[in-house]
Design a protein around this ligand. Sequence first.
Ligand SMILES: NC(=O)c1ccc[n+]([C@@H]2O[C@H](COP(=O)([O-])OP(=O)(O)OC[C@H]3O[C@@H](n4cnc5c(N)ncnc54)[C@H](OP(=O)(O)O)[C@@H]3O)[C@@H](O)[C@H]2O)c1
Length: 251
Amino acid sequence: MKNKVIDSPAPLSGKIVLVTGAAKRLGRAIALAAADHGATVAITFRESEPEARQVVEQIAQRGADALALRCDVTDELSVREMVKEVVSELGAIDVLVNNAANYSTVEFAKLTVQQWDAIFASNTRGPFLVSREALPHLKKRRGRIVNMGSLGGLRPWPTHAHYCSSKAALHMLTRVMAKALAPEISVNTVAPGMIDLGEKAAAAFMRRTAKDTPMARNGTAADISAAVMFFATAPSFITGQLLAVDGGLGL
Ligand SMILES: NC(=O)c1ccc[n+]([C@@H]2O[C@H](COP(=O)([O-])OP(=O)(O)OC[C@H]3O[C@@H](n4cnc5c(N)ncnc54)[C@H](OP(=O)(O)O)[C@@H]3O)[C@@H](O)[C@H]2O)c1
């Protein structure tokens, strides 16, 4: 009997994936992974336009279509216009990855109302707004939402009260949306732990966290994009779940 090679289509072939804040770092890795999985990819950027253009070029080099649009996820009108443009250019949205966010370190006693509100606006209200605007399009395609949570939403980091609280709220929002948007849309969270993106300023901190991590290393962008691709392609019966990708650091 001869061996037969059966070509199976790429898992996201024919799908449109929208990733917010994807000009750099983890968002970029997720956008490239989606293209590698066969998707057409829309990314958003706020300030990083040149980097966003590079991501579009890199996706084109992979033979996939891509689009980059400016969007401030804290601004309802900007989100509405962005979603409208994605659908008018690409025709649909199958997977939304709410990745855009902010992070900062502030001693609790010095945390200002402005800092508190700004982080909730991007990290919690942003994913709510983008999801709400994308809803009719995701419903039509029985799509998925993947929210980027954080180990900081599971563990209390004393100098990150605003960030940890915003991500804990996002984790709950995932569970609420999973119930509210079923059975058409599945909604899940990927919660990264310590991810080493090669920043020189973070090198000493990264060495310490690797030592504390049961898997004896920090995470990589590939670890995170693999988890996002899992939820983007998993059975839709998996919903409302949180997947910590932290090498066991949160255990
Ligand atoms: N990196 C980690 O170790 C880690 C750990 C735990 C959780 N996470 C989560 O994983 C996701 C990606 O992490 P990351 O470190 O790659 O993120 P990041 O670099 O901190 O931010 C991603 C992008 O978000 C965009 N952004 C910020 N505020 C925005 C706004 N108001 N409107 C639109 N876009 C906005 C920025 O776009 P522009 O540059 O275009 O302005 C930025 O490039 C985030 O949700 C983060 O909280 C990351």
